[in-house]
Write a protein that binds this ligand. Structure first.
Ligand code: ADP
Length: 661
């Protein structure tokens, strides 16, 4: 016996009411039978068919299919058995709308080991008379044609039984006749067919008619008078290659390349079917990833720029300056007392042993003139030690000497920007320029230092300290003193000593110690680096939040997609898809969206970084890590946020999914 059921029962509970759909049905069906199940609406026909077709399980009773007790099988084992032994034909056809007839017929092959069957879908479509419609989509086919595609699909895994639920309910009488002939034909060739119908005319094709009422079998009779009809059918449906081994299952998590590529194709198709929707959900990820890349690039660029500047600043450096004029809320009587004199600096060098060398400096603005060119720039008067302490040894020409300083020589070393503005491509060495109407001779060019966030560090002219004080700026005090300490360990101690020394020599009360300020450049360096690190993290996390939002967008769209395709999921399960197959399908789809968004985001992010560098002049550095990070992150967003919808889809009960409206 192919099918043997004994006293199976099924009740539906809807809130308070309990609906008994099957109240102990017992029957057996042999191989090669053609059975019509008839009865008024609500009599339990469909419920019986769903149980026999393994789409649902009975509450009690026994069900043997080909000698195997069904109640002992797991959900996946049931799916497997469905895929390999049962074909379904539904009233609503249940074709996947976005795919061609051929792909619809090939769908069940996705879930079974399909070696050697690739030619089958086309062959069967030809046999059901659709050779000219193989590449048409369901909406380009008539109802009868769609149902023939569905029949071809039910045959592709060479099942033992075909279940048809009102297969002609949506068809005109001519199509009905065609479809029923195909069934009769299949039966002649030995296929077991179980048909649910309420139309006598359709039931006439069957050899046995089971009538039901109120969940019970009312009558079970042989259908005499059907011989005539069967004889009339034209047996144009050839027996398919029986030599093929029956469809087999692969391991639980085994994923063939065929299946993988089919899921990818499917994902692309369903995504491109909703271009705007897909685009919008991709946009979230795209913006997020682009933001992450651009922000990290900005952060890395800023960090590199700071590091470069710091290295050009000199090492183990303290800078002594006049402090703020207001100390402790009391305004200083005279600015004079807080000014650094030339001898203050000398004392620092003489009295503090850890001081290696010092360079005093005065600053002001200067109007430069060379030939017919004018340029206003920063004038920096310094001691000759400046060159080594501030990493400013000229690459072309030379720095001035102590002798030139003492003689107040009018010699100048100029920055790259000044060279460009006044001389263009010409060599400035040895040329004479005017600084605030005083003639100077250019003796060297400072090495390039680049711009920091405040100013162009190459836009300056460096002259001997005494020359600047007496001849150019008319100052008898210095603005700041660079103090180089022997090593980093003595920095803090020296900082305090310098402070105390100048306060004491200016006879200031202890309350006004901050009339002078000694800055530790190393601390400044650390502060700058820490700030840039904080900024990078801050920008990066803001960008990550937008990625998260993008992920939620994907989740939303996947949920919509699962709901929209509930029937499709039911169908896939009916033709043998297991939970894992459905899960994988939706996960792949979510990943394709997020990864595509991510890759576009990477491109956009890199583009933004390049543009920022080109047009805004901001330092940016795109790192390979940030690209990899963004790509992996966006993929995980797809998998992570796609998981819940995919699980929801996978957990759907096949029969509920198929009935979903
Ligand atoms: P038929 O196919 O003969 O019209 P069904 O097998 O579909 O009958 O239904 C049998 C009975 O079970 C009906 O009373 C129907 O209302 C009830 N029923 C069927 N499916 C469900 C369901 N999913 N939830 C609740 N009741 C159901």
């Amino acid at each position: 016996m192919l099918i043997e059921v004994k006293a199976i029962r099924k009740t539906y509970v809807m809130g308070e009411t309990v609906v008994p759909a099957l109240c102990g049905v017992t029957l057996s069906i042999d191989s090669g039978e053609f059975v019509a199940i008839m009865g008024p609406s609500g009599s339990g026909k469909s419920t019986l068919m769903h149980l026999l077709g393994l789409l649902d399980v009975p509450e009690s009773g026994s069900f043997m299919l080909a000698g195997q007790e069904i109640s002992e099988l797991s959900e996946d084992a049931l799916a497997e058995l469905r895929g390999s032994t049962i074909g379904f034909v539904f009233q609503q056809f249940n074709l996947v709308s976005r795919t061609s007839a051929l792909e619809n017929v090939a769908l069940p092959l996705l879930y079974t080991a399909s070696r050697g069957r690739q030619e089958l879908p086309k062959k069967i479509l030809e046999q059901v008379g659709l050779s000219g419609r193989i590449h048409h989509k369901p909406n380009e086919l008539s109802g009868g044609q769609q149902q023939r595609v569905a029949i071809a699909r039910s045959l592709v895994n060479q099942p033992k039984i075909i279940f048809a639920d009102e297969p002609t309910g949506n068809l005109d009488s001519k199509s009905q006749d065609e479809i029923m002939r195909i069934f009769a034909d299949l039966n002649v060739q030995g296929m077991t067919i179980i048909l649910v119908t309420h139309e006598e005319e359709v039931a006439q094709y069957a050899k046995r008619v089971i009538k039901m009422r109120d969940g019970l079998v009312l009558s079970d009779e042989k259908n005499s008078g059907n011989e005539r009809r069967v004889l009339r059918t034209a047996t144009n449906l050839a027996v398919w290659p029986a030599a093929l081994a029956p469809a087999k299952r692969r391991g639980r998590f085994f994923f063939s390349m065929f299946e993988f590529s089919a899921h990818f194709k499917q994902a692309f198709r369903s995504l491109s079917a909703n271009k705007v929707r897909t685009g919008l959900s991709m946009l979230g990820i795209l913006i997020g990833v682009a933001a992450v890349i651009a922000m990290l690039a900005l952060g890395a660029g800023a960090k590199a720029a700071i590091e470069q500047q710091l290295s050009s600043m000199g090492t183990n450096l303290l800078v002594l300056r006049s402090g703020s004029r207001r100390t402790g809320g009391v305004s200083m009587q005279s600015g004079e007392s807080a000014r650094i004199t030339l001898s203050d600096a000398i004392n620092v060098q003489k009295e503090i042993s850890a001081v290696k060398q010092i360079s005093r400096s005065v600053q002001g603005r200067g109007q430069l003139v060379y030939a017919n060119k004018n340029w206003n720039t920063l004038v920096n008067g310094v001691d000759p030690q400046y060159a080594s302490m501030r990493a400013s040894e000229p690459l072309i020409g030379r720095f001035f000497t102590e002798e030139e300083n003492l003689k107040r020589s009018r010699v100048a070393v100029i920055g790259q920007t000044v060279v460009r503005e006044l001389f263009g491509d010409k060599s400035p060495i040895g040329e004479s320029i005017k600084v605030n109407r005083v003639s100077f001779q250019v003796i060297g060019i400072l090495p390039e230092k680049g711009a920091n966030s405040f100013r162009d560090q190459d836009d300056l002219i460096v002259v001997p300290l005494l020359t600047a004080m007496r001849r150019l700026l008319g100052k008898d005090y210095v603005d700041s003193v660079d103090i180089q300490v022997v090593d980093a360990e003595h920095l803090e101690e020296t900082q305090d000593q310098v402070q105390r020394l100048v306060v004491r020599s200016h006879h200031l009360p202890p309350s006004q110690t901050d009339a002078f300020e000694v800055r530790n450049m190393a601390e400044l360096q650390e502060a700058l680096t820490a700030t840039s690190r904080t900024m990078t993290w801050l920008l990066g996390s803001i960008a990550a939040v937008s990625l998260l939002v993008g992920g939620i967008g994907i989740m939303n769209i996947m949920l919509v997609s699962v709901t929209e395709r509930t029937r499709e999921i039911g169908l896939r399960k009916a033709v043998g898809a297991r939970r894992f197959d459905i899960l994988a399908q939706f996960l792949i789809e979510a990943t394709v969206v997020s990864l595509a968004g991510g890759l576009a985001g990477v491109a956009l992010g890199v583009g933004i970084s390049v543009l920022l560098a080109q047009f805004a002049g901001w330092a940016t550095q795109v790192s390979l890590q940030s690209i990899l990070f963004a790509a992996i992150f966006s993929m995980s967003v797809g998998i992570g946020f796609g998981f819940w919808p995919a699980r929801k889809a996978a957990a759907l009960n096949p029969i509920d999914a198929l009935r979903y409206e």
